[in-house]
Design a protein around this ligand. Structure first.
Ligand code: 5GP
Length: 201
């Protein structure tokens, strides 16, 4: 797209806050949004596909891409597992006249905003409380006592950064949080700066 600047939408949250459900809702609601596929060194899970959910690459390839400055940002999100947003991915989406939507962790989100301060609109999805987050993680049934405590500790830390983002949405009821996110993104994309670039659905 070039000039005026191409928008970027970022959705970030502590694990278990409902970020993935909200991201899916927005992608289906706004066809001009395109999911930004990150590179990751973890193994695919379940029905995940290479090039759709992630670009699944080896740690060696990931390191080469870091050295070649191919990442907008990258993080070791979990012990030994790297995740990163590629410049080539943002360019691919902009070239097809769409708006990239990044579902990334809090540190990564802050780094993208620092690099593209004029172009980003960021949503922080906040759980109603840490107790509620604990209940949701327990309901998933995938956590050990140790991983549960680690996620809750990380969540408290991440929530302390919520004011770095353009809008905070408390996900108490998923339906309400989806509606609030839809409204916020609609307003951002209708703003004078980006209006001409968006193909209305
Ligand atoms: P999962 O392994 O469950 O798919 O994702 C783990 C976490 O990594 C999620 O919070 C997800 O948002 C985050 N993540 C996914 N892609 C990226 C990325 O490119 N950069 C960063 N910093 N985090 C990412």
């Amino acid at each position: 797209m070039g000039n005026p600047p191409s928008p970027i939408i970022i959705i970030t949250a502590p694990s278990g806050a409902g970020k993935t459900s909200i991201t899916r809702y927005l992608l289906q609601k706004y066809p001009y949004l395109a999911f930004s596929v990150s590179a990751a060194t973890r193994q695919p899970r379940g029905t995940e596909k290479d090039g759709v959910d992630y670009y699944f690459i080896t740690e060696e390839d990931f390191q080469k891409k870091i050295a070649a400055n191919e990442f907008v940002e990258w993080e070791m999100v979990y012990q030994g597992k790297y995740y990163g947003t590629l410049h080539s991915e943002l360019n691919r989406i902009w070239q097809q006249q769409q708006v990239p939507m990044l579902d990334i962790d809090v540190k990564g989100a802050i780094h993208v905003q620092q690099q593209y301060p004029e172009q980003c609109f960021s949503l922080f999805i906040e759980p109603p409380s840490l107790d509620e987050l604990k209940n949701r993680l327990l309901a998933r049934g995938t956590e050990t006592e140790e991983s549960l405590q680690a996620r809750l500790g990380k969540a408290a830390f991440e929530i302390s950064f919520k004011n770095y983002f353009d809008q905070v949405i408390v996900n108490d009821r998923l339906e309400d949080a989806c509606a609030a996110a839809e409204k916020a993104i609609g307003e951002f994309l209708q703003s004078k700066q980006f209006r001409q670039q968006i193909i209305h659905s």
